[in-house]
Design a binder for this molecule. Structure first.
Ligand SMILES: [Zn+2]
Length: 634
């Protein structure tokens, strides 16, 4: 079912502290030489592989908490780490580490799997194998992926799926939102069928949704994940979730970005490989299909859509960083055991597909990085840079195994509401809207000159791993400035922030820049991450997240008496007199004393031209200034 629905390339989205001391940071690398680079097409692996040197292990002793409880419970962080440590003596290809510390001070565990014991990024890359980042529990109550990974790792110990070790280096984050994970309750996920004894909470202790924090990086957890990514530069990212929505027969749904939001080689890789993964998963008995929303929650006949993600979400953030990022949404209404098994089998089939042609993935990522870099090189053909996307106009039939439904009055709303008859499939061919279109775009600059004095910008450029340089001497440069005005603040906070919409005026002007001014060159793979931070039209820009609000404030003041004297001089200019006459025709303006005062103040030489002026300035010509590496001061 899922495969018929999957159109080629057409989808997108939707410890306590005691443990710290127990993690070993020591590199257990052996004297083995690195594996020879993988060939273009490796032999198809078989699950019947067994370890030639398997040690006697009692499988009963290596059951996960979920398995021991018939999937009514899931392991706590301590239990998860204890389980992983239990595997360690039997799995020398595994290293248990930590990649960061949560807001509450918990260590964030990281499992590295490498046949060659290549437990550093450099050694892992030297194996020639792809590096895969599998992330679980960004929403800690949606924890199927953790139990799936624990079972998969245990099975390696028991000699199953040992071919996985030949395919790739795995970075497994068993629990990303560790603080939320420990806030266990059976009442955290009202729409989710298990684990019945309880699961973690969606957000961090502060109430931050880590899957909205990939660009603004407010949380220590998100900064740790991006640091992990920068260090290892994995070739592919998987983000395991659980979702509810309408009721249907699919146990697993999936989404990813597509071109133009995704670099063409990554789009092609997904189109060429993911259908095979989903087909293999279906053959294993796990129904799957795209992650969709009903256009009308009461009427499936009106069809479905797959929306567009902005880079605050993992799928779009790692797409921005030129990687396939696979969003998995297990279906919350299915029992926990069924979900975990399907999630595990998905991971196995994904790794199997990658193993069939690992070079395809590595090459796709290399080409995507190279394409992005080339677009920003001095002398490159001018191109546009897309800042935001909207859902495309593609509508096509989707064969959907939705459950039979009828309308019945709702106690809550008093209106008719859809009711599903779980298990009774009423397969429908329904219109499915998807695809991605560019919404806001700007000409790609050769880079940004960034004025000093904005630590909130500098910290994020550094955290995202952007290459930043510094001017070695003062220069005069023609730049495109961006001035923001007419702020519309959101009434309610979102993620603890007051988001703001603004109007933007862009002007070409020649300005003086001091030595030490920062320079963000466009010829780097992740330049568009900088653009998403700095261009105010981008949905996750620092402007829109309200991180640059002080720019909009007027800091200086002129007394009415002083202004009056200035106005008396200025109005002698016929042009100003005419403009004033014109301005007064606006009745609202004419009655607004503040606006009248500001109108004159703006025309004096005392007006602060820094109001609304963004410190990042676009350089559209090939840069001629000299630079040196930037050493961020802390
Ligand atoms: Zn989620």
């Amino acid at each position: 079912m899922g495969n018929s629905a999957l159109v080629k390339g057409a989808l997108l989205c939707a410890v306590s502290t005691c443990v710290a001391a127990c993690y070993s940071e020591s590199d257990r690398s052996s004297s083995r030489s690195p594996a020879t680079p993988v060939t273009q097409r490796s032999p198809q692996p078989s699950d019947a592989d067994t370890r030639s040197n398997a040690v006697e292990i009692d499988p009963e002793a290596l059951l996960t908490i979920a398995e021991k409880t018939d999937f009514t419970a899931t392991s706590t962080l301590d239990q998860t780490v204890a389980f992983l440590k239990q595997l360690l003596p039997h799995l020398p290809e595994m290293k248990l580490s930590s990649f960061g510390t949560s807001a509450e001070g918990r260590e964030m565990p990281l499992v590295i799997i490498s046949k060659e014991r290549a437990f550093t990024p450099e050694k892992a890359r030297a194996t020639g194998k792809p590096i895969l980042l599998i992330q679980n529990g960004i929403h800690a109550g949606e924890i199927d992926g953790k139990d799936a990974c624990l079972m998969m790792l245990r099975d390696l110990v028991l000699g199953k799926h040992r071919w996985i070790l030949d395919v790739a280096t795995l970075l497994i984050v068993p629990i990303y939102n560790v603080d939320g994970h420990e806030r266990i309750s059976p009442y955290n996920r009202p729409n989710q069928d298990g684990p019945l004894d309880g699961m973690g909470f969606r957000t961090t202790t502060q109430g931050l949704d880590l899957n909205r924090d990939h660009i603004k990086l407010v949380s220590p957890e998100a900064r740790a994940l991006v640091r992990l990514f920068n260090k290892w530069l994995p070739n592919l990212h998987v983000d395991n979730h659980v979702t509810d929505g309408c009721d249907h027969d699919w146990v697993l749904t999936y989404a990813w970005c597509e071109a133009p939001q995704l670099a063409p080689p990554i789009h092609e890789w997904i189109a060429n490989h993911m259908p095979a993964v989903m087909s293999a998963l279906e053959k294993r008995g796990h129904q799957n299909g795209p992650y969709v929303w009903l256009n009308d929650s009461n009427d499936p006949e009106k069809g479905f859509k797959t929306g567009v993600a902005s880079p605050r979400l993992s799928t779009a953030y790692f797409a921005l960083r030129n990687r396939p990022s696979i969003l998995i949404e297990m279906h919350a209404y299915k029992p926990y055991k069924q979900r975990v098994m399907a999630n595990r089998d998905f991971l196995i089939e994904l790794i199997r597909e990658i193993g069939a042609s690992p070079r395809h993935l590595i090459d796709a990522v290399q080409r995507a990085d190279a394409i992005k870099t080339t677009l920003g090189k001095p002398g490159a053909v001018p191109s546009d840079m897309v800042l935001s996307y909207e859902i495309g106009k593609v509508t096509e039939p989707l064969s959907f195994p939705i459950y039979k439904s009828h309308l019945a009055p709702s106690i809550v709303t008093g209106k008719p509401m859809i009711r599903y008859e779980r298990g009774l499939v009423d397969e429908k061919e329904v219109p499915w809207s998807h695809g991605i279109l560019a919404q806001a775009a700007v000409p790609r600059p050769r880079g940004y000159l960034l004025l000093r004095g904005w630590p909130q910008i500098e910290a994020r450029l550094e955290a995202h791993g952007i290459t930043v340089l510094q001017l070695t001497e003062p220069v005069e440069v023609s730049v495109e400035t961006m001035r923001i005005k007419n702020p519309r603040y959101e009434k309610d906070t979102y993620q603890g922030e007051i988001r703001v919409q603004v109007d933007v005026a862009r002007t070409q002007e020649t300005r003086q820049f001091t030595a030490g001014t920062l320079w963000i060159p466009a010829d780097q793979p992740d330049f568009e991450v900088a653009a998403q931070l700095l261009e105010p039209e981008a949905p996750d820009s620092l402007v829109q997240w309200g991180k640059l609000r002080s720019i909009l404030e007027i800091k200086t003041y002129v007394s009415p008496q002083v202004l009056e004297a200035r106005a008396a001089e200025l109005i002698k200019d016929p042009e100003i007199a005419q403009a004033w006459k014109q301005a007064l025709k606006d009745k609202v303006f004419a009655k607004d004393q503040r606006a009248r005062h500001r109108w004159w103040y703006r025309r004096t030489k005392y007006w602060d031209t820094g109001v609304g002026l963004l410190p990042a300035m676009r350089v559209m010509e090939n840069p001629t200034f000299t630079t040196r590496p930037w050493q961020p001061h802390r």
